[in-house]
Design a protein around this ligand. Structure first.
Ligand code: FES
Length: 139
């Protein structure tokens, strides 16, 4: 009887330890992959043009969600939602490959937001923007 009590106690301790390890491991992964929620509701965002050099991307919050401006090689600008159209993870800019990677399921998008590989069902949403006096205005 006492042996069963010890086994039960050890089982409970190991189960609790496994749950704690899983929680400590999963939380940073969740925070990395989940859409950023800062409560920002800016419907218009100004970004200095100099902050987006050729071949680079600049991420920001737009209407409470992640968005990105890319200056493609050759100079063309584009503003996109950074929320993957598959299950909503935030895409990352791969400067060396000049494309977007969604880290959740390996979706790839071109600099224009078109799906080039993986499970995303549709392109990244384009955002309206204008450029004047060295400032990119999204929204
Ligand atoms: S959430 Fe982006 S590929 Fe699945």
């Amino acid at each position: 009887m006492e042996r069963n009590g010890r086994r039960t106690f050890l089982g409970v301790c190991l189960g609790g330890l496994a749950a704690a390890v899983a929680a400590v491991t999963a939380w940073p992964v969740y925070r990395y992959l989940a859409p950023r929620s800062t409560g920002a509701t800016a419907a218009r965002v100004d970004i200095p043009e100099k902050d987006v050099p050729e071949g680079e991307a600049r991420f920001f919050e737009f209407n409470g969600a992640s968005a990105v401006v890319v200056r493609k090689r050759g100079g063309g600008l584009i503003a996109l939602s950074a929320v993957c159209t598959h299950l909503g993870c935030i895409v990352q800019w791969e400067k060396d490959k000049q494309d977007f990677l969604c880290p959740c399921h390996g979706g790839h998008y071109s600099p224009e937001g078109a799906v080039t590989a993986g499970p995303p069902p549709k392109p990244l949403t384009k955002l309206p923007f204008s450029v004047a006096n060295g400032t990119i205005t999204v929204g």
